[in-house]
Each structure stands twice: as structure tokens, then as C-alpha cells.
Design a protein around this ligand. Sequence first.
Ligand SMILES: Nc1ncnc2c1ncn2[C@@H]1O[C@H](COP(=O)(O)OP(=O)(O)OP(=O)(O)O)[C@@H](O)[C@H]1O
Length: 595
Amino acid sequence: MQSPRLLLGYLRSNWYKYLLAVAAITVANVVQSLYPRVLGDFTDTLQAGGITREAIADSALKLLAIGLAFGLLAGVGQYIVMRLGRRFEYLTRGKLFVHFTGLSEHYYSKNGVGKMLSYVMNDVTSVRESISMGINQTTNAVILILSVMAMMLVSSIPYSLIIVCMIPMLAIPFVVVLFGPPIRERSMKVQESLAKMTETAEEQFGGIRVTKKFAVEPIMQNRFGRTVDRIVEAQLRLVRLSSLFQALLPFLGGISLIIAIAYGGYLTIHGSISIGSFVSLTLYLRMIVNPLQQIGNVINTMQRSRASLSRLGSLLAVQPDIRESKQAKPLRKGASDIRIRNLTFSYPNSDQEALHDLNLTITPGQTIGIIGKTGSGKTTLVKLLLRIYEPPEGTIAIGGDDIRGATLESLRTHIAYVPQDGFLFSTTIRDNISFSNRETPAEKAFHAAQKAQIYDNIMQFPDKFETRLGERGFTLSGGQRQRTSLARGFTKDAPILVLDDSVSAVDAITETDIIDGLREERRNKTTIIIAHRISALKHADEIIVLDKGTIVQRGTHEQLLAQEGLYASLYAIQEEGTRHGEAKGPAERESGRRN
Ligand SMILES: Nc1ncnc2c1ncn2[C@@H]1O[C@H](COP(=O)(O)OP(=O)(O)OP(=O)(O)O)[C@@H](O)[C@H]1O
């Protein structure tokens, strides 16, 4: 049960500040409830004909004092509550972010980024509004109603008249119980549809370039329009019910007022109560109508925020799939030999084996190439190595230690992973390259950029390494992005480097330069190169050929060429492609690439 703890924990740790705020608002409202009494007394003095300048000045001063005290105290109380609400919002967003970073890739493969944004934005705001507005208005309303009632009881208004006037208000608890659950349920639907819209918007904005290239804007607009329609529908259902509920409470207050005017007026005409008492009674009851409206408001907001709170609670209760064991130890410093034994793996919710009985030993300093058709399990192997998905116990060891017993931090600092589509952040190129350590000396980042063959490109930009990239690095070409991400991998200087198809978007000449640089940079350092092009890994000490999750061939480039099998076929096809390319001539190749 995370949700009550999320809010209760906060309220508990700030109870004294809330108490101070409630006290200020309480006193403000008690003071405000004196106002009808002053007016009632003034009316009686007026009626008795004893009106004097002093009496007018006295009443005016009293009203001024009431106004000032109310404004000051209520203002201070409100400020404290609002400030605490904003702080709750800030702390909860921080807590959510920490929680998000702990969740595994498997969770994100099922839940979109937009949905996360919706939790951070809509749900947190909804809870914040309810505590700020809730505490403020509830204190205001309850205290005002109680003080008005107390003032009525100590006034000269007969109890029987007060009780008759209050009868309609006895219906309030029933109305609240009747409307509460459906309002909460409809609020949940609104929050869910808002989350869906944020998710769709995020996806559509992310894919706007593809949309434009395919000229399918109308289809995307329709799709987005349908999501918005669903929100409107859900919101209207909620608004209809909550408006009815909100109107009912002051309506009951209104009936009390009508009774007061009818019955109170009758008693005044017959001289049973004074005109002053009659005026006070109607003013008191009028004063109750607004707080009743506020209470309706608060209950509405509370129901909505309970829906958000329960969504946040379920999110915070999600446990990361990958967790360190209590006895987890860091990997041995610098260990870079990898041993894989009988590794078989299926993705959660999939009955297909992505890897089957894999055995592989990588000695320190070795370069291993992994090649195979698409979907053969190359990336899966790396994800298991990094524990992005959990490998079965005892199947993967680094430096002789099972990675399942290693701390995640030591494992992931041990391996520099360069994926095919390295994500770049919208900051400077230098920050992107020095991502693993912001303190990386500039020379080291420049050197890595040189090895990744991106240095000359960067130096042509007006701000060179300080050039700020657009969102996700979109101001760079695909090949430039890939090389920047490669430089990031080099900068990490980890005992093990994994390149996952990381030079697929560069031309053959640049690829050769990068591979030469890589060999020099990673001499005697363990390196795994996953590639579709044989040219990227033919220099490796051993090449593994994967097919449908199993190793079907292994050996050096020469040994594999000498065998019949997938490797030789791939080589023949790729050589054929290269010859065709050469036959076309450079000009045609260039135009082919542009198309
Ligand atoms: N998150 C996932 N959930 C379920 N199945 C997955 C998931 N990721 C990959 N797979 C499946 O596992 C198999 C191996 O995928 P993997 O990404 O390892 O292939 P790959 O050899 O790296 O392919 P490519 O060369 O196209 O990158 C594929 O059949 C793929 O559909």
C-alpha cells in the first residue's frame, strides 16, 4: 500500500507546519463569524432609534478589524499550505524519477514514455491540488460553519428556529456517500485517458519526421483526434456528475435560507424575535452556503486525487525486475574475461527461446566478432551480459564471478556498450561524449572523437565540441550520431567494450578507419563486435556465427571462409554486393546513397 504512505508520510513529517496553517485559518474564520453579529447589533440599535455617530464609527471599526484580521490570518495560512503543496509536488516528482530509473527495460517495453510523463505531470498535480486546496478550503469551510453555528447558538435566535432551518443540511452526508464512488471511478477514467493522450502525443511528436516523409499527417491527426475525443467524453461524464454534486450542497443551504426567511419572517412579524435576530439568522445561513459549496468542491477534488493517488501507488509498488542480491559484490577491478556456460534464454511472456545452450569463453584482451542474421540473438546476448534482462544463474561470469552476484553498478561500469542507435541528449557534443563521466578531460574526449572518425566533422561546426545538439541529436546525420555515440563508448575506457552494429551507418572507407582506430585503442582490451558486415569484424581473434539463438560456426575469418556454411555464404553475398557497387562507379553509388 504505497499510496497512503506517499501522502500520509508527507503530511506526518510536516504536521507542525500544517497545524500552524490550520490554526491561522481557524482563527481567521472565527473572527469572520463575528461579522453578522456586529451587523445584527447595529440593526437593533438602528431600530431602537439610538443610532449615533459613535455607534456608526464603532460598528465600522469593528468590521474593519474583522476584515483585516481575517485577510492577514487566512492569507498566512493559505501561503503555508500552498507552499507545502508545491514542495510535495517537487519531492514526489523526484521520487518518481528515481523509481523510473530503477525500472527495467522489460517494464518500458510494455509502458510508453508518455504514460510516465502523465504520472509525473497530471497525477502529481492532481494530488497536490487536493492537499493544498483540500486543507485550505476544508479548514475554512468547517471552521466557518462551526463558528457560525456556535454564534447562532449564543445569539438570541431561538434554538427551535435554528434546528428547523438546519433540517435540509442533514441530507449532506447522504449526498456525499451517494456521489463519492462514481466520481472517483469517473476521475480514474479521465486520468487514464489523459495518460493515453500524453502517450500518443509523445509518440506522434517523436515520429513527426517519419509522418512528414510519408505524408500521412491526416491519418495521424485523426488518430490523435480520437484520443482527444476519448478525453472529452470521459471529462464530460465526470463534469456532469461533479457539477450536479457541487450544486446540490449549496442548494440544500439555499432551502435552509428559504425556511429562515419564511419561518423567521413569520416569527418576526408576530414579535417573537427581534428584527436584529432575523437579520443575523439570514446572514448566518447565507454565510453557510459558500462553505458548503467549498466542501462540495473539496470532496470532488479529493475523489479525483484519490484516483491519482492510487495510480501513483500502483506505479511505486512496481518492483524492478532486475535486483541486486543482498550479498552482491563488485566485480574484480579490471576483470575482463567472460565465460558463458549453457546459456538458454527466453524473453518474459515469450515461449520462443531467443538463445539456446550458448557456450563461449572470451579471454582477457581478446576481440570477439558476432555475426548472424537479423533476429538471431546477438543483441539479446549483450542485454544478458549487461543484466538488462536477467540471465539464468551460473550462466555468465566475468573474472570468474557470476554476474548475478555482482553489483549492477560495477557490472555496468565494467562494460562500455555502444548500441546501433546511440541516444544523444540535447546538450553539447562534448557532454554527450563525456556522458559516463562529466569530469572527463577535454583531450580525452577529443582523442575518442578522433578514433571514432567524428573529430573533423565536429571541428567544422561553428561551436565545435560545444555545439548543442537538437533533441535526441537530430541535428546530426545518422552516421554522425553513430560515431558520436562510438566516441562516447571509447571515452568510458571500460575493461570490456561492446559494439552492437555501431558502424552500420558509415561508409566502407570510414568503417575501415574506425576499425583501425579501434584495434589500436583496444589493443589487449576485451572487445566484442557485433556486426552484419563481415568487414567490421574479420580482424577479430574469434568470430561466432549465430543462427536462431545457437552458435552454428566459430573460428577466425580465414577458418570460417574455408568452411561451408552461413559465414562463407554471407561473405559471398557481401563480396558480390561490393563488386556490384564498384561496377556502378563512385558517382552512381553516391546518387544511390542520396536516394
Ligand atoms: N523485448 C523482447 N521481448 C520479446 N522478444 C524479443 C524482445 N527483444 C527481442 N526479442 C526477440 O528475440 C529474438 C532475438 O532478438 P535480438 O534483438 O537479439 O536479435 P539480433 O540478432 O540482435 O537482431 P538484429 O540483427 O536485427 O539486431 C528475436 O526473435 C526477437 O524478436
